[in-house]
Ligand binder design. Structure first.
Ligand code: G3P
Ligand code: CA
Length: 249
């Protein structure tokens, strides 16, 4: 049975760095995750894809073009090819040489210090390769009580749940996420992850009444964060963890 460990909520809301502390370092890199830890974030959110040779790697898009100096689909590049790319220089030349990390590298770097919300960027209903690789890694490193999954794809959460019944799942959706909302009744989840613009106090209270957590994104505005905190939000996912920590703690 998946439940969020009570120890996670030493303070509510949890403050998680979105793709790490992605305002201060290139998103989804070890530099961004380490910065989030240094800032005192409770955890980080990150995005995971599979390389061509089946390794879970941490990058947002299905292609490398936007955040690296390379071109191509992550799923068509081997880990060795992905590791040749510079994932820092587009953000700031000061970060030149930063690489796309494997999920394992992130776990080793910050897995004992930070809670990690793993967004499964899954693209196939038929194939659970991504979920299987991630679950295998989480278990090998003994981090099942340090992570939770989320996805916009209900089938990814269904696959994750069948492989790892003990790990909580969050259902992501935004205003256009009709599919996710329609499939909500049959999708395993212990948390809702709506865009913050969809939230109201009543919606958070309704979710809590059903025993669900509510985690929301991407909240960089301090005034908005304070309102969400007053409404009882469980987790705020932000590009600027240090600002929210300063305002809310
Ligand atoms: O998990 C919250 C948020 O990251 C979802 O949207 O596009 O930033 O992955 P996106
Ligand atoms: Ca994400």
């Amino acid at each position: 049975m998946a439940t969020f460990p009570a120890t996670w909520l030493q303070h509510r809301p949890l403050i998680l760095g979105h793709r790490g502390a992605s305002h201060a370092a290139p998103q989804n890199t070890l530099a961004a995750f380490r910065k989030a830890a240094e800032m005192g974030a409770d955890g980080v959110e990150l995005d995971v894809h599979l390389s061509a040779d089946g390794v879970p790697v941490v990058i947002h898009d299905a292609r490398v073009d936007a955040t690296t100096d390379g071109k191509g689909a992550v799923a068509e590049l081997t880990l060795a090819q992905l590791k040749l790319l510079d994932a820092g220089i587009r953000f700031d030349p000061a970060f030149a040489g930063e690489r796309i990390p494997t999920l394992e590298e992130v776990f080793v770097a910050v897995g004992q210090r930070l809670i990690i919300n793993i967004e499964l960027k899954a693209f196939s209903r038929r194939d659970a390769a991504l979920e299987l690789a991630v679950v295998t890694l989480v278990r090998r490193l003994g981090l099942a009580d340090r992570v939770w999954f989320s996805s916009f794809k209900p089938y990814a959460l269904t696959q994750a749940r069948s492989l790892a019944p003990e790990i909580p799942c969050g259902l992501l959706y935004d205003a256009l996420g009709i599919g996710a909302r329609l499939l909500r009744p049959i999708t395993p989840h212990e948390a809702l992850h709506p865009h913050h613009g969809l939230l109201s106090k009543a919606r958070i209270e309704r979710a809590h009444g059903r025993g669900l957590w509510v985690a929301t994104w991407t909240v960089d505005d301090v005034a908005r964060a304070k309102v969400l905190a007053e409404w009882g939000i469980d987790a705020l996912i932000t590009n600027e963890p240090e600002r929210l920590i300063a305002a809310l703690r």
